[in-house]
Design a protein around this ligand. Structure first.
Ligand SMILES: [Zn+2]
Length: 331
C-alpha cells in the first residue's frame, strides 16, 4: 500500500456576486427573508447561522449568492482518479463531500472517524457528528491496493445550550436501553446500499418558517455536562399541519414509537434518510415509493414532546446532519 500525501494540493475558492443586508433593531431573520423573497433556511446556510434567533444589530448578512466554499484539490492520485476535491473546512453537523474526478465509476472506500464510507457515484459523503471536537482528522481513501490520506478540518458550529427541566416521572422514562433500541429501529429502517433517489435540493417538509429549536442545540439534564444534542430542526406548528416529503424516497418506517411518537422515515438512497417525529397521523406505509411533495402525515404532539411541533431530521449512514443546508444545495 502506498500513501499519497499532500503533494500537489491546490486550494481554490468559489465565490459568487452577492447582496448583503445590515441587521437593524427589531428585525428577525424571517422578516429579512420576506423582504428579499428568500427563506430563513437559505439565510441560515449562507451565513452559517445555526440559531435563527441569534441576530445582532449591525450584523452583515449575505442575502444572495452561494456560500463561499474553499476546496482542496489533490491531483497526485492513484489511477483512474484524476483529482480529489473536498471542502477546506466543515462545520460540526454538516457534510464533508469528497468528490472523485475520474472518467469512470471508481470502487473504494474512506475510513474516517472509526467508520467506513463507500465511494458511491464517485462521491463519499462524510457526516461530521455535531459533537465532534474541532480539529483536523485524517480520512484514508482506499482504491485498489493504494491509499490516499486526506485531512478533514472540522470547525465549531454556533449552537445553543438547553438545560432540560424534566419532572422526575418523565426522567424515569428515559431508560438508556429503551432509547438505544428505538434509535436502532430508526437507523435500521435506512438501507445504506439503496441507489440515490433524490435529484437537486430538498424541499422544506412543512409550510412555516417558525423554527422553535434549531439543529445541534446541546442538551443536559443538569447544570453540568452535555448529554446529547438536538438531532434535527423543530418547526412550531399547530397540530394537524400537513407534512410533505422533502425529496423522493421509499418509506422505511411508519409507526408509533415511545420517544418519537408518530414516526415516519424516508430512505433517499446513498445512506441518506429523513425522519419526521411526533406526528398526529401517518399517511404512508413502509415500502411505499414517495415523490417529493407527497403528503406523508400530519404534525402533532405525540411521544415525549412538550408541545405541538414537527421534528425533521436527516441522517447520513445513521449520523444526524443539519437539515438546513440540504434546502440549498445537496451533494
Ligand atoms: Zn426536535
Amino acid at each position: 500500500m502506498r500513501c499519497w500525501l499532500f503533494a500537489l494540493l491546490t486550494l481554490y475558492s468559489l465565490a459568487w456576486a452577492q447582496t448583503t443586508h445590515t441587521v437593524r433593531p427589531g428585525e428577525t431573520l424571517y422578516r429579512i427573508a420576506k423582504q428579499y423573497d428568500t427563506t430563513v433556511e437559505a439565510l441560515q446556510v449562507l451565513n452559517n447561522l445555526s440559531d435563527p434567533t441569534q441576530l445582532r444589530v449591525g450584523q452583515v448578512l449575505r442575502i444572495s449568492g452561494q456560500p463561499s466554499v474553499s476546496v482542496y484539490r489533490l491531483t497526485q492520485t492513484p489511477a483512474p482518479i484524476e483529482a480529489l476535491e473536498w471542502p477546506r473546512q466543515t462545520v460540526q453537523g454538516h457534510l464533508a463531500v469528497v468528490r472523485i474526478i475520474a472518467p469512470e465509476p471508481v470502487q473504494g472506500e474512506v475510513r474516517f472517524l472509526n467508520s467506513t464510507y463507500p465511494i458511491q457515484q464517485n462521491r463519499v459523503l462524510l457526516p461530521i457528528p455535531a459533537l465532534q471536537a474541532p480539529g483536523v482528522y485524517p480520512a484514508l481513501l482506499r482504491v485498489g491496493g493504494e491509499a490516499v490520506r486526506l485531512e478533514v478540518r472540522v470547525v465549531a458550529g454556533t449552537f445553543g445550550r438547553f438545560i432540560l427541566q424534566l419532572p422526575p416521572e418523565r426522567r424515569a422514562l428515559l431508560v438508556p436501553e429503551k432509547l438505544r433500541a428505538e434509535r436502532l429501529r430508526v437507523v435500521g429502517s435506512c438501507d445504506f446500499n439503496r441507489p440515490q433517489q433524490w435529484h437537486g435540493s430538498f424541499q422544506k417538509p412543512i409550510q412555516t418558517n417558525r423554527i422553535t429549536d434549531p439543529f445541534g442545540t446541546r442538551r443536559s439534564y443538569d447544570q453540568g455536562r452535555t448529554y446529547s444534542y438536538h438531532e434535527g430542526l423543530d418547526y412550531g406548528v399547530p397540530e394537524g399541519t400537513p407534512v410533505y416529503a422533502p425529496a423522493p424516497g421509499v418509506v422505511g418506517l411508519a409507526e408509533t414509537l415511545f420517544v418519537r411518537g408518530g414516526a415516519v422515515t424516508l430512505d433517499h438512497g446513498l445512506g441518506v434518510c429523513s425522519g419526521f417525529w411526533h406526528l398526529s397521523r401517518i399517511a404512508v406505509r413502509p415500502g411505499q415509493t414517495i415523490k417529493a411533495g407527497d403528503l406523508i402525515g400530519y404534525s402533532g404532539n405525540t411521544g415525549l414532546s412538550n408541545g405541538p411541533h414537527l421534528h425533521f431530521e436527516i441522517r447520513v449512514r445513521g449520523i444526524p446532519t443539519n437539515p438546513a443546508p440540504w434546502y440549498l444545495a445537496v451533494p
